[in-house]
Design a protein around this ligand. Structure first.
Ligand code: UTP
Length: 286
């Protein structure tokens, strides 16, 4: 298999980041100098993805505008010799072939993925959650694609989390295949301490195959009354070979306030325009 397409579900309501996300999509909140979603698209592009579908909703048109040209602004920047800004503004619009589809009702992540079926067609595809940012030497989705292509099977990104944290994620039942790569034999969404299968959680990155769509079509609402992607993948991992990659890198959940601040501070410390200044500023604060 060869993975060339990616889907970014970004149609959630973002209720953990209210009131900011009442009108600003959480994917458009700035992480230092770029919106969250740009980091995700850059990760996909770096991993060789050519076509990207963003699943949006009626409140998220700021995303389409961001990845479009802005001739009036570009003319002004060119006229005033602000070449670096002009280049940055253009670059965002030229990153990849970006397509959009709306999820008309917020029925869950599984339903958002199901909306991508026509875009995906009969090919394997990557999924990158619109609020999960990864900092890694090698793009995290690229690490999953390598495993998926090697085993000709779907692959979920995983890392072990603290035992008390696993109930916020999906837990995995795993059998080792090689260093950092596992076979998945079971999974469950938001487990309790009694039902968890391990402390390995699914964290924001997936490579899926089109056989997920007929399963999603039949998947009934699960946890929280939403159509859960994990419920559909669970069924699939019982009937076909399914893998997980313990990826190298640091994941930030920018969909909650503390995760967003962690990412902001870490990225600002590394940014040439803010790193030295922020280090000094934090010293005075602490
Ligand atoms: P989250 O649960 O993290 O996002 O969904 P949310 O629903 O926006 O968050 P809160 O809990 O209200 O703050 C995981 C991913 O699935 C997408 C979200 O945009 C996010 O990328 N999603 C979720 C959809 O696209 N559609 C949905 O119906 C639900």
């Amino acid at each position: 298999m060869r993975v060339k397409k990616a889907v970014i579900p970004a149609a959630g309501l973002g209720t953990r980041m209210l009131p900011a996300t009442k009108t600003v999509p959480k994917e458009m909140l700035p992480l230092v100098d770029k919106p969250v979603i740009q980091y995700i698209i850059e990760e996909a592009v770096e991993a060789g993805i050519e076509d990207i579908l963003i699943v949006t909703n009626r409140a998220k048109s700021a995303m389409d505008d961001y990845f479009d040209y802005h001739p009036e602004l570009e003319r002004k920047l060119a006229a005033s010799g602000r070449d670096a800004d002009l280049e940055a503004v253009r670059r965002a619009a030229d990153l990849a072939n970006i397509f959009y589809v709306r999820q008309k009702e917020t029925l869950g992540l599984g339903h958002a993925i199901w909306r991508a079926r026509r875009f995906v067609g009969d090919e394997p595809f990557a999924v990158l959650l619109g609020d999960d940012i990864m900092k890694a030497d090698r793009p995290v989705i690229g690490q999953l694609i390598a495993a998926a292509e090697k085993y000709d099977a779907p692959c979920v990104g995983t890392q072990p989390v603290a035992p008390e944290a696993i109930s916020r994620y999906s837990s995995l039942k795993l059998e080792p295949l090689e260093d950092r790569i596992f076979r998945v034999t079971d999974m469950n969404e938001k487990p309790t301490p009694e039902t968890k299968l391990s402390d390995y959680a699914i964290l924001g990155r997936y490579v899926l195959t089109p056989d997920i769509f007929p399963v999603l079509e039949q998947t009934k609402p699960g946890y929280g009354g939403e159509i859960q992607l994990t419920d559909a993948m669970r069924e699939l991992c019982h009937t076909r070979f399914f893998t997980a990659a313990h990826f190298e890198g640091r994941r930030y959940d920018t969909g909650n306030l503390c995760g967003f601040l962690e990412a902001t501070i870490d990225f600002a410390l590394e940014h040439p325009a803010s790193g030295d200044w922020l280090r000094e500023f934090l010293k005075t604060k602490l």
